[in-house]
Design a protein around this ligand. Structure first.
Ligand code: 1HN
Length: 352
């Protein structure tokens, strides 16, 4: 089925007057760009396997807390800019934007909504919260919190120490679509009641009876507490052969499908000393160390990562993960763009 691709004509081969005549009419020949647009056999991602070490990010983020008041930042974030895209590109992978956000006691990051979808993975500190459409979502380290497209969201801090979380958005996609914009809103009236993770979707396998008959909410659950994810991974580990990834997907409890249309979230556990090959697929992915000591091999690059560090793998990359500790488990949070790739019919999983 696969044949060699012939070499195509170049721009330089064409007469100057012809090129000028085309340019005057906003026309460009396709064939000189054809191979760059459609590389043969596999994509050529600009995304480089890159590591951001929390030990280096944290002091710079805390300094932003001294240098820039929240009123002058709205969101006090340092962006994980992948060097392959240029630092101004604000791309972490081709589709994923990530950064770390600091909120100090008493501060409010004002209410707004926008077309990109976002999630937070809490890294440090107690007392932070996000409000989404009036629902109060407490933030403890390791918790995943969704703020899907066009949902009102604001952040606050009722505790005493700095709160830091990882923000992940599908922003590069929305920018590429020329569809990225935000609206500012009045401060939310936040309900003083537990969120759906504590009430309507308390446990996997149970949904409010009424949702069987009624139209199901699009984003029924907005918070996944780490206090429940970690024991779920430990339980799955008891039923997973060594060398096979212990891997749980975060899903919409009403549909069993992905939580967001574009990005997918999952949690991995590697037992002490364990090494696994992540099944190679066409998605790009970001990994965050929730706890433990990791070694990652991404194509030709080997990285070592500790608690709260972040690293990324481009589309189609071979990824091997190892737990560097002989005693403690390793927990990783993964974000990928597989949901979007599936929807547009380009998701591929490759044989080992
Ligand atoms: C945003 O709205 C937040 O709501 C964080 O906390 C990071 C990065 C780009 C665009 C919007 C937030 C963001 C963002």
């Amino acid at each position: 089925m696969t044949a060699a691709a012939p070499t195509l004509g170049t721009l330089e081969e064409l007469p100057a007057d012809y090129r000028a005549a085309m340019a005057r009419r906003n026309l460009v020949p396709l064939w000189p760009s054809m191979r760059a647009l459609l590389p043969q056999g596999a994509p050529r991602p600009r995304t480089e396997p890159t590591l951001w070490r929390y030990e280096e990010v944290r002091p710079l983020l805390l300094r932003a807390g001294e240098l820039t008041p929240i009123e002058k930042a709205e969101r006090r974030v340092l962006v994980f800019a992948n060097p392959g895209h240029g630092l101004d590109g604000l791309h972490t992978t081709g589709t994923i934007y990530a950064g770390m956000q600091l909120i100090l006691p008493g501060e409010t990051a004002p209410n707004h909504r926008h077309t990109p979808s976002a999630v937070r993975l809490v890294v440090e500190g107690e007392g932070g919260f996000t409000a989404v459409n009036g629902e109060y979502l407490p933030m403890a380290p390791g918790d995943l919190i969704l703020t899907p497209a066009l949902q009102w969201h604001e952040h606050g801090h009722r505790g005493r120490d700095p709160v830091i979380w990882l923000d992940i958005l599908d922003l590069p996609l929305l920018v590429g679509m020329e569809a990225s914009y935000a609206r500012e809103g009045e401060r939310q009236t936040v309900r003083n009641a537990p969120d759906a993770a504590a009430t309507r979707y308390r446990r996997a396998g149970l949904v409010p009876y009424a949702s069987l008959a009624a139209s199901r909410p699009i984003y029924p659950l907005l918070r996944w507490p780490w206090a429940e994810i970690r024991p779920a991974l430990e339980a799955l580990a008891t039923d997973t052969p060594a060398g096979t990834p212990v891997h749980l997907a975060y899903v919409n409890p009403e549909t069993g499908g992905e939580c967001l249309p574009t990005l997918g979230f999952s949690a991995l556990m590697l037992r002490p000393g364990e090494e696994v090959a992540v099944p190679r697929d066409s998605a790009s992915a970001l990994y965050h160390v929730v706890d433990g000591e990791a070694e990652a091999e991404i194509e030709e690059t080997t990285l070592t990562a500790s608690r709260a560090d972040v690293f990324v793998a481009p589309v189609h990359a071979r990824v091997r993960l190892a737990n560097r500790s002989a005693r403690a488990p390793l927990f990783l949070f993964r974000i990928d763009d597989a949901p979007l790739q599936r929807k547009i019919g380009i998701y591929e999983c490759f044989p080992a």
